[in-house]
Design a protein around this ligand. Structure first.
Ligand code: ARG
Ligand code: ZN
Length: 864
């Protein structure tokens, strides 16, 4: 059942045209398919059979060039349809029966609420009809949808509507044609009764594009921001990447039951409501940023994903890494570049490094998989984006854009590989990327250790750089871009020269290529501290022979926002893991300075003054043990809260005065530092709970309301329960707001969280069938409630394992996702490892276990 990248073979047959008719009904849906097939001139010309993919289909009839087939000319199996009668060119007509109303996998054609919708990536199209379900088979799609006119006034698919009309029995039809060739994973269909927000965009070459955003009835007051984000994304892609939209219509439909964030189906994106619906009363500042970035992401896929797609699923990062990079840069340009960078690095350090160090580690271009859906990972997406970012760093914006242009010139309309992308980048620049390509084939996080030494009399700084990688697939050294600068003792940038002659710079990019390498910086007049991996120029772990004073110094003076922030994080990390209490006062002092520095950006402050989370700490310091880290982090927080109580109070009060309802960057930043101050305050003393209650009851923005609620709940102050009850009363009819209510409660570090979760599971707002609900209650518990998930008595592990077990038969993809919460288990102490192993074995023995969960659980067990 394992699939290997090395086994790739082109398809022996291609599909010139795909004609689909959907007859939608409440009891059953009929899918009539007429495929025009032809031999692939670039494959086996002697092939005598075709294997069509198909799952959970009931074949009603089959015709070959209009004629019936005899029983020995085709065979139906669990995985598909084998056709043993072929010709150079022929037509195959099938009619299949499917049951979308019973499809809880949310893959293929299914129902979300009262509407029909689809999710086909990666291999969901095979749940709709028999097909060559692989991304390198590109076809022209003609779609006809028939349904009841009252229930489903709206019938949507990809491309342009070309015909529509009424039928008998109050039914109607719409026909769609997509002028672009596409693989079936980009197919989409929606049928329902929805509200519409319409706008338009005129592209730079003058095409007027109609923009349609479809949402559930009554939700139009939460739709404006998503539409504006789409318009901003279209404009930005023209300006920065010179890429223009290519159809006359762009539709987005929001559905509440969705496995992932959103899907880039050609001309008809389908979105999780979480990434569409928002107004300032229901959504937080963070939600707005998330919407802007996902709307951008799916839009950017139109070129990086749809116009040029993947040859096979091992190449997923070709489109995802690149498109995440594009959406990150979009957010950087729309908001704050430096702050966005910090936020993206946090994801890499807490989630991606952990994945790369555990049983599910894989290169950004994996070599094997059992279930492709398990590989929509933070490695393929976010580390993939870091790899693209490094190419951008190595080439610079101009050469990178030449590379993009060359990539489209060569591959528009094709299904290609990661190698093709790198070739375009290399050919458009003078950078040799051959060694760089190890980033595509080797897993694990490179560890870079740097020793710096200043030779005062010679004015020379020496850096000895060593790289290593624990992962067995990582045998070759990487090309690692190291962006560095020096901070002089005066706190100012210190210039230096890379040669002995004068040619002074204040920042440079070094290519680390060897496992051990020496870098000399000359003309360094003043004793300085090197600022290394500026902007996080490579996704590596690095340790430098910094003293605590060096770190405190960089935290106070580094001009690079990322390294400055990072120095603070490292200082806190050392304080936590070393058990050195004296450091706490140094940190408090540094905090105080930053807090009271009115020249500093509030958004930076709100990140700099946050203690590294337990997941990140555990990732690098698991040997210290779960209990030690929890306890030490707690005491650092208490110390910073109490020793700076007056400063937090001053900060809170002065900013609370200023509070406004605007969504501009400054207001967002003010709210974030203000709410951070509130959380320290309430941690310092219950006395401040009054401020919480006030903020909560007067809040006009969800950011203000949920911050107060969550601080109350997490600091376990008295009014928390009544606040939770009030919040429920106010918001129980808004599912997305209820998601917040659920996760606030499941992440409380309290012994009774298990009873709470059990009760919430029974609440009418909860459903195991809805992925957002599962993520809010259970993934939030396992991912964020570190102390309770890792309880010594194993109760946390049991809760998640039981849920995986139950979910497996409902939605294997979501169950597998949840089971990944155990993937850090090999780093736990022996007792906890045993508990996890026992839970995983129970899951593994479940009858009819999905291959999704099987793959995750068995790989995790191998390391225990
Ligand atoms: N291509 C989509 C996106 O990143 C995600 C599709 C997820 N599909 C899946 N089977 N996990 O925008
Ligand atoms: Zn994507």
């Amino acid at each position: 059942i394992t699939k290997y990248r090395k086994d790739y073979q082109p398809s022996n047959f291609l599909i010139s045209e795909t004609h689909l008719t959907f007859i939608l009904n409440e009891q059953e849906t009929l899918v009539k398919s007429r495929l025009l097939l032809r031999r692939n001139p670039k494959a086996d010309l002697e092939a005598k059979s075709i294997q069509f993919d198909g799952e959970n289909l009931t074949l009603q009839s089959i015709l070959w060039n209009g004629e019936a087939l005899s029983a020995d000319e085709y065979k139906v199996t669990d995985e598909g349809l084998e056709l043993t009668k072929v010709a150079d060119e022929f037509e195959l007509v099938t009619v299949c029966k499917i049951l979308p109303q019973d499809n809880s996998s949310l893959e293929g054609l299914y129902k979300s609420g009262d509407k029909f919708c689809t999710q086909c990536e990666a291999e969901g199209f095979r749940k709709i009809t028999y097909y060559l379900d692989r991304p390198d088979v590109l076809s022209r799609f003609y779609v006809r949808i028939e349904a009841d006119k009252s229930r489903y006034p709206l019938l949507l698919s990809n491309g342009n509507p070309v015909a529509s009309g009424d039928m008998d029995d109050n039914r109607h039809f719409v026909e769609w044609q997509d002028p672009f060739l596409k693989p079936c994973y980009l197919f989409a269909l929606v049928a329902g009764d929805l509200d519409l927000l319409e706008d338009q965009f005129i592209t730079k070459s003058g095409r007027t594009v109609k923009l349609q955003l479809y949402v559930d009835k009554g939700k139009l007051d939460q739709s404006d921001f998503a539409m504006q984000s789409l318009i901003n994304a279209m404009k930005w892609d023209e300006q920065r990447f010179n890429l223009e939209y290519d159809l006359d219509l762009y539709m987005i439909v929001a559905v509440s039951d969705f496995n992932m964030g959103a899907m880039e189906n050609k001309g008809l994106n389908i979105f999780n409501t979480k990434y569409v619906l928002a107004n300032p009363q229901t959504a937080t500042d963070q939600d707005f940023e998330g919407i802007e970035s996902v709307i951008g992401h799916e839009y950017f896929h139109n070129w990086t994903g749809n116009r040029v797609t993947c040859r096979d699923w091992f190449q997923l990062s070709l489109k995802e890494g690149l498109t995440v990079f594009r959406d990150q840069v979009f957010t950087e340009d729309m908001r704050s570049k430096a702050v966005k960078r910090i936020d993206d690095v946090k994801v890499i350090r807490s989630h991606q490094f952990a994945e790369d160090a555990g049983p599910l580690a894989h290169p950004i271009r994996p070599d094997e998989y059992i279930e492709m859906n398990n590989f929509y990972t933070v490695t393929v997406y976010n580390k993939g984006a870091e790899i693209i970012r490094m190419i951008h760093t190595l080439l610079g914006e101009q050469a990178f854009q030449r590379g993009m242009a060359l990539y489209f010139e060569r591959h528009d309309g094709q299904a290609v590989t990661c190698d093709d992308f790198v070739s375009a980048m290399a050919d458009a620049s003078d950078i040799d990327l051959s060694q760089f390509k190890h980033w595509y084939s080797q897993a694990g996080t490179p560890q870079v250790s740097i020793n710096y030494q200043y030779h005062k009399d010679e004015g020379r700084m020496t850096l000895i750089v060593k790289q290593s990688n624990q992962h067995p697939s990582s045998k070759q050294p990487f090309l690692i871009p190291l962006k560095l600068g020096l901070v002089g003792r005066s706190g100012k940038p210190q210039s230096f020269s890379l040669e002995k002659q004068d040619n002074k710079v204040t920042e440079t990019l070094i290519h680390i290529t060897d496992s051990s390498q020496v870098i000399e910086l000359y003309k360094v007049d003043e004793s300085s501290v090197p600022s290394l991996f500026r902007d996080f120029s490579a996704p590596v772990k690095f340790d430098v022979n910094y003293t605590h004073d060096d770190l405190a110094f960089l935290f106070a003076y580094d001009e690079n926002t990322f390294t400055r922030w990072d120095a603070g994080q490292q200082l806190m990390e050392q304080c936590i893991v070393s058990g050195n209490d004296a450091l706490m006062s140094n940190i408090a002092e540094a905090f105080k300075q930053i807090l009271n520095d009115s020249t500093l950006d509030n958004a930076f402050k709100a990140r700099a003054l946050v203690i590294p989370d337990l997941k990140t700490l555990f990732e690098s310091h698991s040997s210290k043990g779960v209990d030690f880290l929890i306890e030490r982090r707690r005491s650092l927080k208490d110390f910073l809260a109490k020793s700076l109580e007056q400063d937090w109070l001053k900060q809170y009060q002065s900013l609370h005065q200023l509070s406004d309802k605007s969504l501009d960057q400054d207001s967002i930043a003010r709210r974030s530092i203000k709410n951070l101050a509130l959380s320290y305050l309430v941690c310092a003393s219950d006395e401040h709970a009054e401020l919480l209650k006030q903020q909560f009851s007067q809040a006009q923005l969800m950011t203000e309301e949920i911050s107060a609620l969550s601080i109350a709940a997490h600091e376990q102050v008295r009014p928390a329960q009544s606040m939770l009850d009030d919040f429920y009363k106010k918001w129980h009819q808004e599912p997305l707001v209820m998601d917040k209510w659920l996760s606030v409660q499941s992440t409380i570090d309290s012994d009774n969280v298990f009873e709470v979760i059990e009760r919430l599971k029974q609440d009418p707002v909860f459903s195991l069938k809805n992925p957002n609900k599962v993520r809010s209650l259970y993934s939030a518990f396992a991912g964020l409630n570190f102390a309770q998930f890792h309880r010594k008595d194993g109760k946390g592990y049991r809760l998640i394992a039981d849920t995986v077990f139950e979910l497996d038969s409902i939605n294997a993809q979501i169950a597998a996702n949840l089971s990944k919460q155990f993937s850090g288990a090999a780093k736990l102490d022996k007792q906890r490892q045993k508990q996890v192993a026992a839970e995983l074995k129970k899951i593994k023995n479940k009858p009819n276990l999905s291959k999704d969960v099987f793959e995750v659980v068995s790989k995790t067990l191998e390391q225990l």
